[in-house]
Ligand binder design. Structure first.
Ligand SMILES: [Zn+2]
Length: 238
């Protein structure tokens, strides 16, 4: 299989928290910097992890439990359908660490910030599946050490997949953002390279919407109908 980054996709669909919000998954942006009563920097930063790794491990264990009980919504399902229909034309990239796109049947999802369903060995770097289980007492299947951590990128760490995103964005002709406010990624700047672009968020995002050709302010499950129609039309007629 060709490496993801070497493919040239015509359409780049980047999703964020807003895609999974209707499946009941919350993020820290919903609660003024608190995520399930934790300060974000306590559980999502390198410093917080160094201070209290046990607390952070418990936190991600709970997120896995929550994910186990969540279901993909109609926006996940429609994206999966589009990707199956146009596997070589559409790149599906997400900031989300859930596996709802995969569970909706979507192939080749690029997770910029890692995923909850994998763990990582700090000794040898092996990434392996944990599913929805606790990371407690897990050991590395490769080196058998137990220096294990969540496979989610924290504040203060680099995100190697950003390079893949840059490459895809460079060649894409159509840039679509679903449920991301642009607080983490420079989506406005990214959109400025493209003749075709759509942003979908529940509310207008200050200063970011202007960079896009079209803004849709609706829940993702409603906006996806328009978005899907536009993508199909674009790919089938140009
Ligand atoms: Zn290992």
């Amino acid at each position: 299989m060709m490496e993801q980054s070497k493919k040239r996709y015509r359409v780049l669909i980047l999703s964020g928290a807003g895609l999974s919000a209707e499946s009941g998954l919350k993020t820290f942006r919903d609660h003024d910097g608190l995520w399930e009563n934790h300060n974000v920097m306590e559980v999502c930063s390198v410093d917080g992890f160094r201070r209290d790794p046990k607390l952070v491990a418990n936190f991600y264990d709970k997120r896995r439990e929550e994910l186990k009980n969540a279901e993909p919504n109609s926006a996940h399902l429609e994206l999966a359908k589009l990707k199956r229909e146009f596997p070589d034309d559409i790149a599906i990239v997400t900031q989300n660490v859930d596996d709802l796109l995969e569970r909706a049947g979507c192939d080749e999802v690029i997770h910029l910030h890692g995923t909850l369903v994998d763990l990582r060995c700090e000794s040898c770097g092996e990434i392996f599946r944990v599913g929805y289980e606790s990371q407690n007492s897990k050991e590395c299947p490769k080196c058998h050490r137990d220096y294990i951590r969540h496979n989610v990128v924290m504040f203060g760490e680099s995100a190697p997949k950003y390079q893949i995103l840059d490459e895809i964005n460079r060649y894409a002709e159509y840039f679509i953002v679903i449920g991301s406010s642009g607080q983490v990624l420079p989506i406005g700047l990214m959109a400025s390279f493209h003749e075709h672009s759509i942003i979908n968020n529940l509310y207008p995002e200050n200063g970011v919407d202007d960079y896009f050709k079209k803004a849709i302010h609706k829940p993702a499950t409603e906006a996806i109908k328009d978005i899907s129609m536009e993508i199909r039309e674009f790919l089938l007629t140009t």
